[in-house]
Design a protein around this ligand. Structure first.
Ligand SMILES: *Cc1c(COP(=O)(O)O)cnc(C)c1O
Length: 356
């Protein structure tokens, strides 16, 4: 059995096991007692080792240990993106004309408390049926507009190497598919999964991209950085998606350090997601205005490619949440605000053909 499979078999799934790692607070204990029949939970031994045993505000711990606040969310819904309405084939989400997200796995090494797909995420052992996969290939084959296929879940990388390679290969060989990518949190929550053998197999299907998911600099351990390095060394570019979470990364300083450490690990920050109005996440949500302010504090103060695009996902696609640096037109000038607040007037005459 490979190391990572062995590691998954000793994942933490009971309050008793968790108490071997941390001293539970009353909020966490009540969360664990009430979680049965609502949202799954589970933590890989590796990710559990990053939790601070004595500090309940530890950003790693907050992401994965159930808390009683999850039971108090009047606003949250199960499927805020109405993904099920946009699925021509079960588990295949088609929102944009040229690309689809295909959820090929319903398992994860570690269950994030704010998981968008928690309605479908199950315990170790479940993945997509062969019939569902075939329907997905068929839909992509019959839809020539699709040039980009994102394999997600759950975490597709929890499947056996051969199975992943088979699926990626089948999609890669569809003539109009220009690009296959995988979304996986394994580099962050189960870095032992990222073996050289897996990377070699995936690198056969270029262009191939991996987007991963780090939310806090504390997660960028030597093991995680090495896992990202193995992927990039095989010629697979990496992006990172972060979810903006209260008590985890809701400050410009944390986001700046995260972006810089990702870049140092050769991973490009891609999206910073506004936390969806998803059942059980009220205690994680940050106001959009604060998020925009964090982005404003990053711009100009760190490498441009250490800054992700802040977005809100909606049932109709992702919407950029941007600060408006372009203030107004003034005659033949456009009035801009720089990162440090200086006003700059750039000549911007209205072109003659447009006037006519
Ligand atoms: C996010 C997403 C994609 C990929 O979008 P990019 O902006 O190209 O990364 C594709 N399909 C769905 C349904 C998505 O939510």
């Amino acid at each position: 059995m490979s190391d990572w499979v062995q590691e998954l078999h000793s994942s933490i799934h009971t309050a008793e096991q968790l108490e071997n790692h941390i001293t539970l607070t009353p909020e966490e204990r009540a969360g664990l007692e009430n979680i049965e029949g609502t949202f799954n939970w589970g933590i890989s031994p590796y990710y559990a080792s990053l939790m601070d045993p004595d500090d309940p505000s530890c950003p790693v711990r907050r992401q994965v240990v159930p808390r009683i606040e999850e039971m108090h969310d009047e606003l949250g819904v199960w499927d805020p993106l109405k993904e099920e309405d946009h699925s021509p084939v079960e588990n295949l989400i088609h929102v944009y004309p040229d690309r689809v997200a295909f959820c090929i796995s319903s398992i994860c090494p570690t269950f994030c408390r704010f998981c968008l797909r928690k309605r479908m995420v199950e315990t170790f052992g479940n993945s997509i049926s062969e019939e569902n996969l075939q329907e997905g290939y068929e839909y992509i084959r019959n839809t020539p507009a699709i040039r980009d296929v994102l394999l997600t879940g759950g975490d597709p990388l929890l499947m056996p190497d051969e199975r992943i390679e088979e699926i990626v290969g089948k999609i890669h060989e569809i003539p109009h598919v220009q690009l296959v990518r995988i979304g996986s949190r394994s580099p962050c929550t189960l870095p032992s999964r990222i073996t050289d053998e897996l990377c070699e197999r995936l690198a056969r299907y270029q262009p191939f991209w991996i987007n991963t998911h780090f939310n806090h600099p504390k997660e960028l351990t030597p093991e995680a950085v090495a896992a990202c390095g193995r992927i990039v060394d095989h010629g697979i570019p990496m992006g990172n998606q972060t979810v903006l979470l209260k008590g985890v990364n809701d400050s410009a300083a944390v986001l700046k350090e995260l972006g810089e450490r990702l870049v140092a690990a050769r991973v490009r920050p891609y999206y910073l997601y506004q936390c969806q109005v998803l059942k059980g996440t009220a205690h994680f949500r940050v106001e959009v205005e604060r998020g925009v302010q964090f982005m404003r504090e990053l711009r100009g103060r760190t490498s441009g490619f250490a800054i992700p695009q802040y977005v809100l996902d909606t049932p109709y696609g992702k919407v950029p949440l941007n600060y408006q640096y372009m203030r107004k037109r003034e005659g033949d000038h456009v009035v801009l605000e720089t990162f440090s607040g200086k006003i700059w007037r750039e000549p911007n005459p209205v072109c003659t053909p447009c006037k006519a």
